[in-house]
Design a protein around this ligand. Structure first.
Ligand SMILES: [Zn+2]
Length: 120
């Protein structure tokens, strides 16, 4: 991979990391003790007729946020790992077959860990 290609992917990864952290911080809190760990905040709507309604809606919203938080957290972890590896031989190789991942795939998905064939 050429230096200019590495720079391009690195910039994409940094942008993606910022985007994910911004999205996470809109409804979750960063755990200051554990790197890469986020916790969804419990929502409080406060505009319901009865206490019971409110609790049910909040719990539903919270469950949705927890699963969303989990997806974003995993993606952020992949981006962080790719940022650590980029510029080294370990970056851009399939974790299953060690083949080089095509640049076009990395452009679309710079945190990809596998070739197209081995993508889940
Ligand atoms: Zn592969």
């Amino acid at each position: 991979m050429k230096q200019v290609q590495i720079e391009e992917l690195k910039n994409k990864l940094i942008e993606e990391k910022e985007r994910l952290e911004k999205e996470l911080s809109s409804f979750a809190e960063k755990n200051p003790k554990v790197k890469g760990d986020w916790t969804a905040k419990f929502p409080s709507f406060g505009d319901h007729k009865s206490e019971q309604d409110e609790n049910a809606d909040e719990v539903e919203e919270y469950i949705a946020e927890v699963s969303e938080e989990h997806i974003l957290e995993l993606r952020l972890k992949d981006v962080d790992e790719a940022l650590e590896k980029i510029g080294t031989d370990a970056y851009g190789k399939c974790s299953e077959c060690s083949e080089e991942i095509p640049f076009a795939r990395l452009q679309a998905n710079p945190e990809a860990k596998t070739c197209i064939e081995h993508a889940k």
